[in-house]
Design a protein around this ligand. Structure first.
Ligand code: AHR
Ligand code: AHR
Length: 496
């Protein structure tokens, strides 16, 4: 069977811009040597790598989570403020190497301002205390005549930063986490942190740690549901196997659906889901002694295969747009990064290009879409050497999303052909819409799904764009195997 797509002139949801968010952690070369490099001629006077900044701005990062991840569970924010030469150098207990604390709260806020992103702070529940969380919030958000506000002013920032998003804890359900605790212990802490933090700044939004485990998630929702605004979930997938990797996006969708049904079951409709870490990650972490200089880098060689997983996640997030209102790719640069750096230049991985296509070439209003094509069943293995295995039925070979871009008066049709080796002829029916005959087409593809970009060949996998003319509002499109395409169709009149 070939493919069939029909788009309806019906608005079916609003896609929150925050689903295109990112995450940076003090891990390997993500921050130091990634976004920040004081000694590089490639950096500006603040130490921000200019080539990285330019790439991040191009994909309009709407929200940035920091400082971890696992790292935050052993982080003390006061180490990272004030004159640089007074900041303590510490061991990075979590990922190895030294933490100079050069990049701290003020630098992070400055970075977010520069790229136009909302800042999202994660609070550790390992070695730090409620007192530290409250003083951090005071430092960033208040304008009271109090010690930490005075400190912020003393360091040159008179206007409060008004940080809106605060995550309480990171993966506290896992035994790898400093501050690992039971669901009951965590829920009690969460309630306390949320109450006191909202007590001093009621405008903040609190993100709770979900575990992608109904038992944990129900405990947290029941116990602290009233005081939280989001519950998070982390999803890492992928392997060397193509179908196992791309099918994982549909597993992510199932997990989001499950969490959503728990929220609905408890009638906690004010709580939204934040997929605040997600990516392809399947290399086994090498054994390292965590002492000075021995570090974990987690630099994954992302290929077109991994980019098609990312596209699948976005198709899922579009379908789940009512409940999933934030997502953060883990991570932005080098460590699990969609951008790679060396001292001379940067490389944009295929995953970066997927962000480019979705952020810049799709709309934020979801439209009705019908897609028909063959489907497959799979017993997939993903994550580290297949630690996670799952079975899925009805995985589509052809997936997509139709959106309305109100500003540019366009209907944007994104289509992924997930066949490894079959080009698809797709019959497209746009008869419900008054599209014009000329359209733009952007296509991400390469001859091999394992193709990737590196410093020798940074554009092996790239977006090809072209103009096209459609003969009629019902027409055929050729969608090559293992590719992502986005078509922009200008509309004669808007959609109300
Ligand atoms: O992104 C890498 C790590 O993955 C994060 O630190 C942690 O939260 C997750 O386990
Ligand atoms: O197996 C769990 C993973 O291992 C976590 O996501 C990561 O932080 C840890 O190192």
């Amino acid at each position: 069977m070939n493919g069939y797509v029909k788009v309806w002139k019906v608005k079916t949801g609003e896609i929150n811009d925050l689903i295109y968010g990112h995450f940076i952690e003090h891990l390997g070369r993500c921050i130091y040597g990634g976004i920040y490099d004081k000694n590089s001629p490639k950096s500006d006077e603040r130490g921000f790598r200019k080539d990285v900044l330019e790439a991040v701005k191009k994909i309009q990062c709407p929200i940035l989570r920091w400082p971890g991840g696992n790292f935050v569970s052993a982080y003390h924010w006061q180490d990272g403020i004030g004159p640089l030469d007074k900041r303590p150098t510490r061991l990075n207990y979590i990922w190895g190497g030294l933490e100079s604390n050069e990049f701290g709260t003020d630098e992070f806020i400055e970075y977010c301002k520069e790229i136009g992103a909302e800042s999202y702070f994660a609070i550790g529940l390992g070695t730090s205390t409620l007192d530290e969380a409250l003083s951090w919030l005071e430092y960033t958000n208040l304008d009271t005549p109090t010690e930490y506000v005075d400190l912020r002013k003393k360091y040159g920032n008179s206007v409060p930063y008004r940080v809106k998003y605060w995550g309480i804890g990171n993966e506290v359900y896992g035994d790898w986490q400093v501050g690992h605790s039971s669901a009951n212990e965590y829920s009690e802490k969460l309630r306390q942190y949320a109450l006191f933090m909202k007590g001093i700044d009621p405008s903040i939004k609190v993100i709770a740690v979900g575990a992608d485990n109904p038992e944990w998630d129900l405990t947290v929702l029941k116990h602290a549901g009233k005081v939280i605004d989001y519950i998070s979930i982390h999803q890492y997938h992928g392997s060397n196997n193509y179908y196992d990797t791309v099918a994982s996006a549909y597993y992510v969708e199932e997990r989001l659906q499950l969490l959503d049904s728990l929220i609905k079951h408890l009638q906690l409709d004010h709580i939204k889901i934040a997929l605040d870490e997600w990516n392809v990650w399947y290399q086994v972490i090498p054994e390292v002694e965590i002492i000075e200089k021995k570090m974990i880098f987690l630099e994954e060689p992302y290929s077109l295969k991994d980019a098609l997983f990312a596209a699948g996640v976005f198709f899922a997030l579009h379908r789940k747009c009512d409940s999933v209102q934030m997502a953060n790719l883990a991570q932005m640069v080098n460590a699990l990064g969609m951008i790679k750096t060396n001292s001379q230049s940067i490389v944009l991985t295929p995953i970066y290009h997927v962000f480019d296509m979705f952020v810049n070439h799709t709309g934020r209003t979801r439209l009705g879409i019908e897609i028909a094509a063959d489907r497959y069943s799979i017993k997939a293995k993903s994550f580290f050497e297949g630690q996670l295995s799952f079975q899925l039925h009805n995985v589509p070979y052809l997936d997509g999303s139709a959106t309305y871009d109100e500003k540019r008066h366009m209907m944007c049709l994104a289509l992924g052909n997930y066949y490894l080796d079959k080009n698809l002829e797709v019959k497209v029916d746009l008869s419900d819409l008054d599209v014009t005959k000329d359209a733009n087409c952007f296509e991400l593809n390469s001859s091999d799904v394992m193709d990737r970009n590196d410093f020798e060949n940074p554009s092996r996998v790239k977006i090809n764009s072209r103009r096209m003319t459609i003969p009629d509002r019902v027409f055929s499109l050729q969608i090559p195997a293992h590719s992502l395409s986005v078509f922009e169709f200008p509309l004669q009149t808007g959609i109300n």
